[in-house]
Design a protein around this ligand. Structure first.
Ligand code: CA
Length: 154
């Protein structure tokens, strides 16, 4: 006797909803949240190399706008340092899509950003934004090798 599995509409809808329509579909190793997919890297590289990697994968270094996005990313990044898509190389902090960053002190570690120059990494101060292990921001020299978070709009 054959099963009626394939004729059961509930089974079908369960199957189709597994990707979750509100979260969209994400590639393997990319995590869905809201209308985006996020990639938390396991390897470390400079800020520019990280942004190039993201761009090569149809994404960009993560842009954090809403409290919900912050909560999601901080939860997934806890305990590790990651590059995010924030830099003040042009003289003012902005996101990688060139939208201005509105300074929000509660998102930064105490005393940061400090544009520190004692990093020993050569020319310049700290111009690139990093999510610290405590979920708050710090500025680091862009040549520092860190893991990174890419964001892709699904
Ligand atoms: Ca700093």
């Amino acid at each position: 006797m054959t099963t009626e599995y394939h004729d059961d509409p509930e089974e079908d809808s369960t199957f189709w909803n597994q990707g979750s329509t509100t979260d969209g579909c994400c590639a393997l190793n990319w995590d869905p949240f809201g209308k985006s997919c996020y990639f938390f890297s396991n390897v470390a590289m400079t800020w520019d190399e990280a942004q190039d990697w993201c761009t090569g994968h149809e994404s960009h270094l993560v842009i954090l706008t809403t409290d919900k996005e912050w909560d999601f990313v901080v939860k997934h990044s806890a305990g590790t340092w990651y590059w995010v898509g924030l830099t003040d190389r042009t003289g003012k902090w902005e996101w990688v899509n060139h939208t201005p960053y509105v300074m929000d002190r509660r998102r930064w570690r105490p005393g940061q950003p400090d544009s520190w120059t004692g990093h020993g990494l050569g020319h310049g101060d700290e111009d690139c934004g990093q999510l610290h292990s405590d979920g708050r921001l710090n500025d680091l020299h862009c040549l520092t090798q860190l893991r990174y978070i890419c964001q892709k709009h699904s």
